[in-house]
Design a protein around this ligand. Structure first.
Ligand SMILES: [Zn+2]
Length: 248
């Protein structure tokens, strides 16, 4: 293989790996934000469950105050009953007592109902807290993985610029210039494999004579369509030329 072509292939591999590492590093903050969003959702669920429980308990306390008032009224009516002078008064106080007793019953029933509902709501709070603990642990794990990934990518990136300098030192000036120009125009991809008679990036069908030249890997040949430098990878197969060109 032409030495410059071989080094350009290595240079491309290095640039592609560098690019991927940089994209991974750049994408990490938004992945951390996603984790924070998940944690906030779980925290909000705990808060909401706590609020529902608190509301229910407040309502119960309000009813308990009403109950105490009605019970106070009831005992005053019972005292009054001892002191009545006439049948009419007796009937009236009896009526008040019956009304108050009905009210006590109603309040006690509702208070009991609220207590049962509060038990369910307390269970909801516990479940939400358990879910939050599990989510927090999971998020810690995922965050540690992201931190490790970032450290690994940054470690890789720190070595690549020296590696690139060393590699380019051994590439002829013309080849290096060609690589940089094509890479700039081709979104960082300057060297690509030709396979089965086609450019593997723009997929254009190569002229058979040109493809045969590429198979030899002895010169720098550019795709006539996307301008990228083409090579043949003997290990990857793909030496088969298309059987015939499509009609012009
Ligand atoms: Zn092409």
């Amino acid at each position: 293989m032409l030495p410059d072509l071989e080094r350009l292939i290595q240079l491309q591999q290095l640039d592609t790996a560098t690019d991927e590492a940089r994209r991974t590093v750049d994408g990490i903050p938004s992945r951390i934000e996603d984790l924070d969003t998940r944690l906030r959702a779980s925290t909000t669920a705990v808060d909401a469950a706590g609020t529902r429980l608190g509301d229910k308990r407040n309502k119960r306390r309000t009813l308990e105050k009403s109950l105490a008032e009605v019970q106070g009224r009831l005992s005053r009516f019972k005292e009054q009953l001892m002191a009545v002078k006439t049948n009419k008064e007796y009937t009236a106080v009896q009526h008040e007592i019956a009304t108050a007793q009905a009210e006590v019953q109603r309040l006690e029933d509702t208070i009991l109902e609220y207590m049962l509902e509060a038990d369910d709501l307390a269970a909801d709070v516990e479940a939400a807290e358990r879910a939050l603990r599990a989510e927090r642990a999971e998020i810690e794990r995922e965050r540690a993985t992201l931190d490790a990934e970032r450290a690994e990518m940054e470690r890789r990136l720190s070595g690549t610029s020296d590696e690139r300098v060393k590699l380019t030192e051994h590439i002829g000036a013309a080849a290096r210039q060609l690589f940089e120009t094509v890479a700039r125009q081709g979104r960082g991809i300057a060297v690509v494999e030709a396979r089965d008679g086609h450019c593997t990036v723009c997929h254009v069908r190569l002229r058979p004579q040109m493809f045969n030249q590429i198979l030899r890997n002895t010169e720098l040949i550019q795709c006539e369509h996307c301008m990228r430098i083409l090579y043949h990878d003997p290990a990857g197969g793909g030496a088969r030329a298309p059987e015939h060109d499509p009609a012009p």
